[in-house]
Each structure stands twice: as structure tokens, then as C-alpha cells.
Design a protein around this ligand. Structure first.
Ligand code: NAD
Ligand code: WQD
Length: 338
């Protein structure tokens, strides 16, 4: 069976993808330097997968380390997750974002290219669309990222496109994720943000479990049904299965592609609060605050191309996203440190 290299392997989305790849019969080699994840993830993966994860601790910007690990393992395809991802922080320390997200991409691509390992899956983001011209977003919609983080994703896509044009042996699967949430149904792996969560679902989870007093809802005067922001939340296990389908497609058929990974449905902040309260049986106190700078009113995907090309579509609904996020949060109130 094929072996897949996962960079950023112990992170939130990669850890779920690791399990999905194992379930589909792939072997996995993971690499991470734990700058935003815990080594505990490896123990949980071993427990859930019933096998020992093959893992290399390394910074993907370190060419010597990346080359050395590629010398040790035979790889058929790569999923490149390793990146910094906090939009607000990226405006404060843009060079750190450009260096890590683009420097890591260069290093990994150069090492892979030298070995003619040209099947490459890239973690992109709906953030590349910036302010949507119209909804739903299709892959040909206008792009225009509005933060340094978003620009690292847009530039990453462009760099990879140039590479595929220059090298017939290089094929990209560029995956634009919408809003990944939820956790593995076991409650053993999930999202464990360091410090105060920036994103809605982990913040709501921490309010429900009593770690935080109340949610700030960033604006209720948008042109949306209830005035709060609307997003396309996608269960992380659906997203993980989308990666498996993308790897399989690269193995089965030549050619690069860019697809949205979303559900095609939008939910407001207050929809998420209500669904989480129902799933957890806990009240979620909230206060309406001014809009958060840089937020768009609404954003959701047309996931049709992913279904057509990959035979994949998301199947888990908002209630299941909240139930699984709550199982993870309530069993691990302090994340992996519990
Ligand atoms: P995460 O922070 O949980 O995972 C990223 C992992 O990469 C972490 O384990 C971190 O330690 C590792 N990492 C970062 N830089 C590294 C380096 N130089 N060397 C080795 N390891 C390194 O984040 P996530 O939410 O799982 O996101 C995974 C990918 O998906 C990222 O590329 C992110 O930009 C992208 N993405 C995330 C979202 C989201 O909302 N979570 C949405 C769209 C795209
Ligand atoms: C969702 C909604 C907020 C927190 C971000 C990145 C994007 C991608 C996914 C990586 C919005 C509201 C939030 C809170 C709130 N990541 N909200 N109170 O902003 O859609 O996307 O994560 O690629 O690049 O920008 O996600 O979860 O932060 O916000 O009211 O405490 O919840 O205003 O309407 P967002 P989010």
C-alpha cells in the first residue's frame, strides 16, 4: 500500500487525517516539531489505530532534517499541513508567517522534487477568497486574501501552480478548507488551541465546560438572517476523508486540481451557540460585541467540484459537529494536558 508523508502531523486536522489514512489502508510517516501541538497526540493515535505511529520530530524548514527523513522512508505522496494559522497574529508578526509557511513549503518541495515524489496535497483555505463577490464560492471565484496568513496560502497555491507547470512529474491537490470543527467520535483526539481560542467552536466549547465565562459574539448587524456571521462549518472527520480521496485521486489519475472542501451550508454564530447548547446540555452565555475587523458577513462553499472529481462529500451535520466537539472537550477539559 502507498505511504503518505504528513507534515504538521500532530496538529488538529492532520491527526484526524492520519487516522482516516490508516482506516483506508495507507501507511503514514508523520513529521512535526510540536510548535503548536502535543506529543500526546501520538499516544492517542497509537491507542485508536492499534499500531505504532511512524513519526519524525523535525522543523520542515530545516532542509537537512527533511532530506534525512526522506532518506529513511519511501514516500508516495505528501500532505503538507505544517503552517502557522492565526489570522490576527499573522498581522503582528508577518515575517514569521511568511518564513514558516512559505519557507517550509520550499524546503519540503525541493526535497521531494529531488526525489521525484511529485504527488502533493496542500492545506489551503477559504480565506484565499477574501470578501466573497457572490455565494456560494466556486473554485473560479475571485481570490484576494486580506491577511498575511491568507497571503501565505494564496502565494503557496501560486508557487505550487508554477511548479506543476514547470515539471510534468509534479501534481498538486490544492484543498481549500472552509471552517473545520468537531473532533473524532472517540473523544480521544480533537482541537487543543493554546491560549485563548480565536475560533468560534473551541471558544464555545470552553464556555460550555466552564473554562470561560461567556462568548463574545462579534457583531449582530450583518446582512444575514439573524445579523451574525455565517460560515460553512465542516466536521474534521469529513475533511480528513476528503484528504484520503485527494491522495487516492493523485495516485489514480494524472493532473493537478483545486477544490473547496465545505458542506455547502451556512450557519450563523447563533445557530452554532444553539446547536452546542443542545449537544452539551449546558447554557452558553454570550454578549453581543462590535464586529471583529477583517470578518466577512457570510462565506460558504459550492462543494460540487470535490464531489465530481473525488467522489467525496461531507455527510456530518452541525449537531454531530457539536456533539463530537463536546465529547472531546468534556472528556479532556484542558486538552491533551488533562
Ligand atoms: P494546527 O496548528 O493544529 O496544525 C499545524 C501543525 O503544524 C502543528 O502541529 C504545528 O506544530 C506544525 N508545524 C507548524 N510549523 C511547523 C514547522 N515549521 N515544522 C514542523 N511542524 C510545524 O493547525 P490545523 O488547524 O490542523 O491546520 C492544518 C493546516 O490547515 C494549516 O496549514 C492551516 O493553515 C490549514 N487550515 C486550517 C484551517 C482551520 O481553521 N483550522 C482552515 C483552513 C486551512
Ligand atoms: C467564525 C464566526 C466570527 C469567535 C478563520 C480564519 C480562516 C480559517 C478558519 C485558517 C465569525 C464569529 C468567532 C468568537 C464570534 N482558518 N466569532 N466570537 O473567521 O470564519 O475563519 O478560521 O485558514 O482563515 O479566518 O472563523 O471561527 O474565527 O469565526 O462571534 O469568539 O464566529 O465573527 O462570524 P473565521 P472563526
Amino acid at each position: 500500500m502507498a505511504t503518505v508523508l504528513l507534515t504538521g502531523a500532530t496538529g488538529y486536522i492532520a491527526s484526524h487525517t492520519w487516522l482516516a489514512l490508516w482506516a483506508a489502508g495507507f501507511d503514514v510517516v508523520g513529521v512535526d516539531d510540536f510548535r503548536n501541538s502535543s506529543p500526546q497526540v501520538l499516544e492517542r493515535l497509537a491507542e485508536l489505530g492499534g499500531r505504532t505511529p511512524v513519526f519524525e520530530r523535525a522543523d520542515v524548514g530545516d532542509a537537512a532534517a527533511v532530506n534525512a527523513l526522506l532518506d529513511r522512508h519511501r514516500i508516495d505522496a505528501t500532505v503538507h499541513f505544517a503552517a502557522l494559522k492565526a489570522v490576527g497574529e499573522s498581522a503582528e508578526v508577518p515575517l514569521a508567517y511568511y518564513r514558516n509557511n512559505l519557507g517550509g513549503l520550499f524546503t519540503v518541495c525541493e526535497a521531494l522534487r529531488a526525489r521525484r515524489i511529485g504527488r502533493f496535497v496542500f492545506s489551503s483555505s477559504a480565506t484565499v477568497y477574501g470578501e466573497p463577490e457572490r455565494l456560494p464560492l466556486v473554485e473560479t471565484s475571485r481570490v484576494g486574501a486580506t491577511s498575511p496568513y491568507g497571503r501565505t496560502k494564496l502565494m503557496g497555491e501560486q508557487i505550487l501552480g508554477d511548479l506543476a507547470t514547470a515539471d510534468a512529474g509534479w501534481q498538486n491537490a490544492i484543498l481549500r478548507y472552509f471552517n473545520p470543527v468537531g473532533a473524532h467520535a472517540s473523544g480521544r483526539i480533537g482541537e487543543d488551541p493554546r491560549g485563548t481560542p480565536n475560533n468560534l467552536m473551541p471558544y464555545v466549547s470552553q464556555v460550555a465546560v466552564g473554562r470561560r465565562a461567556s462568548l463574545s459574539v462579534w457583531g449582530n448587524d450583518y446582512d444575514t438572517p439573524d445579523g451574525t456571521g455565517v460560515r460553512d462549518y465542516i466536521h474534521v472527520c469529513d475533511l480528513a476523508e476528503g484528504h484520503v480521496a485527494a491522495v487516492q485521486r493523485l495516485l489514480d489519475a494524472p493532473g493537478s486540481f483545486t477544490v473547496n472542501l465545505g458542506t455547502g451550508r451556512g450557519h450563523s454564530v447563533l445557530d452554532v451557540v444553539a446547536a452546542f447548547a443542545a449537544a452539551s446540555g449546558r447554557a452558553i452565555p454570550y454578549e453581543i460585541r462590535p464586529r471583529r475587523p477583517g470578518d466577512v458577513a457570510a462565506c460558504w462553499a459550492d462543494p460540487g467540484l470535490a464531489e465530481q472529481l473525488l467522489g467525496w462529500r461531507a455527510t456530518r451535520d452541525l449537531a454531530s459537529m457539536c456533539a463530537d466537539a463536546w465529547r472531546w472537550q468534556s472528556h479532556n477539559p484542558n486538552g491533551y494536558d488533562t
